[in-house]
Write a protein that binds this ligand. Structure first.
Ligand code: GLP
Length: 225
């Protein structure tokens, strides 16, 4: 928030999921009190499901509209998301990389983290993709996203478009938000484990400006009985 006030032409990278909801609620509240001016801000979302358009309630575009964009003074032209229904998905990924570059790169990339250590939809694997790409989702990730699909993991698309690790690491600053005990192992590995494609968030150790915001449970501390 302070960053938007300081730098009204900020380029923000944004995640979906439960983790950023408090941030989005606070941003919406402050915006309604006219304390945040979004007129020069541009946003780029991390990822989108393949096959879903913005009108689909399970799409990340729909999530972003209801969680944030509908509540702040931002024009459609300032908002960038990958199009999961693009006829040529590879061309859509290349277009997105060009759009980020044309905006001057991302100033602050906000991230969540999957319980398996994924960021965006960069899933644990033998090797990771550097740039925006078509990702195959693990069963665990589809289950974790089922709440947006009537709690039916089978309805969660099996593929998504996602920024790659290099796209994410190119941001000038990164803020990662994690809450809940189910994130503790991933957070621990991210902060103090080896850098490995088996835990994609561990690559954030290569970045010099990362802020990790966690609750006690995600930091591995038991709550008082
Ligand atoms: C999802 C998204 C990620 C998100 C993560 C954590 O699958 N693709 O961008 O950060 O998983 O989600 P949540 O914050 O709901 O735990």
């Amino acid at each position: 928030m302070a960053a938007i006030v300081r730098s009204p032409r900020l380029v923000l990278g944004l995640p979906t999921g439960r983790s950023p909801l408090t941030l989005y609620r606070v941003l919406a509240e402050r915006s309604s009190q006219a304390r945040v001016n979004w007129s020069g801000v541009r946003t780029f979302n991390l990822d989108e499901f393949v096959g879903l358009g913005g009108a689909d309630p399970g799409s990340y575009r729909a999530f972003m509209q209801s969680a944030l964009f509908d509540h702040i003074g931002i024009d459609a032209g300032q908002i960038h998301l990958l199009d999961g229904r693009a006829p040529d998905l590879a061309a859509e990924c290349a277009r997105y990389e060009r759009a980020i570059a044309a905006a001057g790169g991302i100033d602050i990339q906000v991230l969540g983290i999957g319980a398996n250590g994924h960021v965006g939809f960069n899933e644990p694997a033998d090797a990771l993709r550097a740039h925006t790409h078509i990702a195959t989702l693990t069963l665990g990730t589809r289950a974790a996203n089922a709440q947006w699909f009537g709690n039916e993991p089978d309805r969660v698309p099996a593929h998504a478009l996602s920024m790659g690790m290099a796209t994410i690491l190119a941001a000038r600053e990164i803020v990662l938000i994690a809450t809940g005990a189910e994130k503790a192992a991933a957070v621990s590995g991210m902060v103090s484990g080896l850098i490995t494609p088996r835990l994609p968030a561990s690559f954030l150790q290569l970045h010099t400006r990362v802020t990790v915001m966690v609750d006690n449970a995600a930091w591995g501390q038991k709550s008082e009985p």
